[in-house]
Design a protein around this ligand. Structure first.
Ligand code: FES
Length: 318
């Protein structure tokens, strides 16, 4: 289901590194684009010969600049086609549909200081956050790991506009971005992570050990967290009195949608909470990174895009 969309033209394509291209998008009718907040992303819809490709990309441009949006796409040979299509087929002048900006990775208004930790393409959400914070004169630091200067997307941009705030760690120069950077920070510091799942997990675990509260730890994944085998289970829909089987390897959300059962969703990776449904009976195997540990223990809600039944079945209030 495609939500309300904006039509944009790809005005400029820039090679940020050998594997990363950025795309400048302007409104097709040249009207101003909606403002957004730091950390926001858009969903892009590419109509191809084999069907619609729907992908989410962080906005890297200035949140207050309504003249254009910019996204960055890393070519991923292992993906199922989205990034390859962006790299190999999208040209300057192409018209595409995008969603309105959404933000599941916002800056915390409670933070007195923000520490960003990025690896590779994980730098993208921090670019708009940094622009927002710089204008507000709010204190922040960017810690950014990449293989080398040549393979570091937005190196020149960060060195020019955020030279005081940005610290680079190039593995080819044996520089490591350490979790120790989070130690001895002033009270009110919030930490944010974006990059591969293993990096995020390592930093989030270390932050908890150092003493950061759950509310001061923020992260964004680009793919669903890996959390074990996807066993089949049965779901009873209480209101409609239907019983459905969720097959092995398939999510509850995709099963509902395939059966044309109206179910809400957005990110599809367990990070936004949009697909939340009430569970009346059964034990939930929570696999999302949206609910807090307390909410997972105390509330009877399931995020259908990633979570499953712990035992064989669930009864949903649907
Ligand atoms: S759709 Fe975002 S958490 Fe499920």
């Amino acid at each position: 289901m495609m939500a309300r969309t904006l039509e944009v033209i790809v005005e400029q394509i820039t090679h940020e590194t050998a594997a990363i291209k950025s795309f400048k998008l302007v409104s097709a009718d040249r009207s101003p684009l909606p403002r957004f907040s730091g950390g926001s992303h858009i969903t892009t819809y590419l109509q191809t010969e084999t069907g619609l490709i729907e992908r989410h990309y962080s906005l890297t441009s200035d949140p207050d600049n309504t003249g254009y949006y910019r996204i960055a796409v890393r070519r991923n040979e292992d993906s199922n086609g989205g990034s390859i299509y962006w790299h190999d087929h999208v040209k300057e002048g192409d018209k595409i549909s995008i969603s309105y900006p959404k933000n599941y990775f916002p800056l915390s208004f409670q933070a007195k200081r923000h520490l960003f930790f990025a690896a590779g393409i994980g730098i993208t959400p921090f670019l708009s956050m940094a622009k927002e914070l710089k204008k507000k004169k709010a204190p922040f630091e960017i810690h950014y790991a990449a293989p080398s200067k040549e393979l570091c997307a937005f190196y020149r941009h960060l060195s020019t506009f955020f030279s005081e705030e940005t610290h680079f760690y190039f593995s080819k120069e044996n520089k490591k971005m350490s979790t120790k950077l989070m130690e001895n920070q002033p009270i009110g510091t919030h930490v944010y992570f974006c990059g591969p799942e293993a990096m995020i997990k390592g930093f989030a675990d270390a932050a908890k050990v150092i003493g950061y509260s759950e509310k001061s730890i923020h992260f964004e994944l680009f793919t669903p967290p890996k959390s074990g085998p996807m066993q089949p289970f049965r779901v009873k829909l209480n209101k409609s009195n239907k019983v459905i089987e969720v097959p092995e390897g398939k999510s509850l959300l995709d099963t509902l949608l395939q059966l044309h059962i109206d179910a809400p969703y957005s990110c599809k990776i367990g990070g936004c909470g949009s697909c939340q449904l009430h569970v009346l009976k059964g034990e939930i195997d929570h696999r999302d990174f949206f609910l807090t540990e307390m909410e997972k223990k105390e509330s009877n809600v399931i995020l259908t895009c990633v979570s499953r039944a712990k035992s064989g079945s669930l009864v949903l209030d649907l």
